[in-house]
Design a protein around this ligand. Structure first.
Ligand code: AMP
Length: 294
């Protein structure tokens, strides 16, 4: 496995890769969610490139950039075991040299939800992902359903800037009790960790109502809200029920698949979760068809 810090060296190695190259971008501190993306990429491609970069520009003032968990030695061992061919792990100085000036701004799909709560977050994400696409030149890039709005933003980036690649969206990996895996789960105290399953419970309760025939978006949002409100340690940020193509909130009777997403603070950490409705669509193929680029 090549471990590369410099862009010139990465480009040199990339030249030797033929046909299909899968890319998995991460901020490190890897868990089974990240590794599931690597496994899909390993199964579906000749070559796998992974990146580890805690991108400073997607963290806002007062967010956890400095304290974001890091353990590159463990990460590299996991990626090696998973059969990754090349890991690109640049320093911030390599990605943002002095006199760096370009920002990628995406208008509509960055509004609201995570975009509403974290100003500038998606400008940072779109800019770094555009750079990583240009540096690594994948034929297919793998992203997690866990960050569904990010997937929709990157879908827009790929379409608008004509990146010559496909994008797969892979199902959220969960702990045994349903909590979505996240590098930030380490911030949860034992008590908060128990309450944190409320996001998954809210998705399930809403999904079951949908699968039983409920199509009124306000009724479905209310089911998710009430489930979170009943959990004393959880503070709901938002419940969103959005069209998978426009990413606008659904206002009238639901006719097409929709994305239900939630964010809630459980103690200090802010947690995210989401699912497609109907629940049967939360698999690699349907997620990629509805949220990715074929
Ligand atoms: P991050 O390191 O948080 O930037 O995540 C890197 C990639 O892993 C992103 O595409 C995430 O959506 C994806 N990811 C994070 N958590 C999970 C999870 N629990 N299941 C599947 N993919 C995930």
């Amino acid at each position: 496995m090549h471990i590369v810090e410099s862009i010139a060296e990465l480009r040199q190695i990339r030249k030797s890769y033929a046909s299909s190259v899968g890319l998995v971008t991460t901020m490190g501190y890897l868990h089974d969610g990240h590794l599931s993306l690597v496994n899909y990429s390993r199964d579906e491609n000749d070559t796998v490139i992974a990146t580890i970069f805690v991108n400073p520009t997607q963290f806002g003032e007062g967010e956890d950039f400095d304290s974001y968990p890091r353990d590159s030695e463990r990460d590299l061992a996991l990626l090696r075991d998973a059969g990754v061919d090349c890991v690109f792990m640049p320093s911030p100085k390599i990605m943002y040299p002095p006199n760096f000036q370009t920002k990628v701004t995406i208008k509509q799909v960055t509004q609201g939800r995570e975009g509403g709560q974290r100003e500038g977050h998606f400008v940072g994400v779109a800019t770094v992902v555009a750079k990583l696409f240009n540096i690594t030149q994948p034929t297919i890039a793998y992203f997690g359903q866990k960050d569904a709005q990010q997937a929709v933003v990157i879908r827009q980036l790929i379409r608008d800037l004509n990146f010559p690649l496909k994008m797969a969206v892979c199902p959220t990996q969960r702990e045994a009790d349903g909590l979505a895996m996240s590098s930030r789960n380490v911030y949860l105290s034992a008590e908060e960790r128990q309450s944190a399953t409320v996001l998954y419970r809210a998705l399930q309760a809403t999904g079951q109502a949908y699968d039983s025939g409920e199509r009124n978006p306000n009724t479905l949002r209310a089911i998710a809200q009430q489930t979170v409100h009943r959990e004393p340690l959880a503070y709901l940020d938002y419940v969103s029920l959005a069209d998978t193509e426009s990413f606008q909130e659904v206002k009238s009777t639901i006719e097409n698949p929709v994305l239900l997403s939630l964010a809630a603070k459980v103690g200090k950490p802010r947690l995210l979760d989401n699912c497609l409705l109907p629940l049967s669509l939360n698999n690699r193929q349907d997620l990629s068809r509805l949220l990715g680029v074929d």
